[in-house]
Design a protein around this ligand. Structure first.
Ligand code: ZN
Length: 132
């Protein structure tokens, strides 16, 4: 039992082992930026800071603090990921507009972000975000 037998928090309806866990174990298995985006959301839910770091493009990785992010991710209760749009711009560039809902200090909050993704070393990575 434990998280492995659970339905994947990304909202696919599959179990975690058949879904984002595969990508957490091998980032090359994310077939597109949307799959990477979903697996990054699940990494927040399961506090997998190593995967968040690995899946962050090296050139913007300095914007990411694993320690601070994990401290915050642990302090909230994640509710769901809502994908609003997914655009593949080129073979190596894509964007995902999403909302990620959570409860913080008893209130429902959400992150609303238009994330950009790019390929690095043959696999998808989170690059940055656009203003909305
Ligand atoms: Zn999943």
């Amino acid at each position: 039992m434990g998280v492995y037998s659970q339905i994947c928090p990304c909202g696919s309806g599959s179990s975690y082992i058949d879904c984002c866990e595969r990508i957490h174990n091998n980032i090359n298995l994310a077939n597109n930026a949307l799959e990477l985006m979903r697996s990054r959301y699940v990494a927040f839910v399961y506090q997998n800071g190593d995967f968040l770091e690995l899946s962050h493009h090296p050139s913007t990785r300095s914007n990411f603090s694993k320690r601070k992010t994990m401290k915050w991710a642990k302090s909230v209760n994640w509710l769901k990921l809502e994908i609003i749009s997914f655009s593949e711009l080129t073979e190596v560039n894509a964007t995902v507009l999403f909302k990620a809902f959570y409860i913080e200090k008893g209130k429902i909050e959400f992150i609303y972000e238009h994330s950009t993704f790019t390929k690095d070393l043959g696999h998808w990575t989170y690059f940055d975000y656009l203003s909305i």
